[in-house]
Design a binder for this molecule. Structure first.
Ligand SMILES: [Cu+2]
Length: 135
């Protein structure tokens, strides 16, 4: 019996430790799911419009803290996806899609546009908005 005591105590500690780890995992998974809503968009550039996921609206609507993944493509000439408020500047050439991700930490309406100057894309209408709805 005397010999069993340390073993029993140790077993109890182990059970508590396992429960603690399980609890910690549950909490972190739960937090992760709340904070990491993943949103996928296909942004296609063509003189002189952006097409967002097949729609004619040059808008990307998301919620704050979403993890946004954009697949950028061009249908004609080199274009860019420039979103200064999020410090994003991606250049894309036809047939060479660019994929990038960012977390929408700031809520608000932010303008994106094509910054290529040769064809004055921005002036001709390659301007859209990232709309981040506050949680
Ligand atoms: Cu352009």
């Amino acid at each position: 019996m005397v010999n069993n005591r340390p073993y029993t105590a140790c077993g109890l500690c182990r059970v508590q430790a396992v429960l603690g780890v399980v609890l910690l995992l549950c909490v972190s998974v739960g937090v992760g799911m709340v904070a990491q809503t993943k949103r996928d968009f296909n942004v296609s550039a063509k003189q002189f419009r952006f097409t967002v996921s097949g729609t004619d609206v040059q808008e990307i609507r998301i919620s704050q803290d979403d993890l946004v993944r954009i697949t950028l493509s061009s249908e004609d000439i080199p274009h860019s996806f420039t979103l200064p408020d999020y410090r994003i500047q991606k250049r894309v050439e036809p047939g060479r899609d660019v994929v990038f991700e960012f977390r929408a930490e700031r809520a608000g309406r932010f303008e994106f546009y094509c910054s290529m100057t040769n064809d004055s894309c921005r002036e001709r209408g390659m301007v859209g908005a990232l709309i981040v709805v506050a949680r």
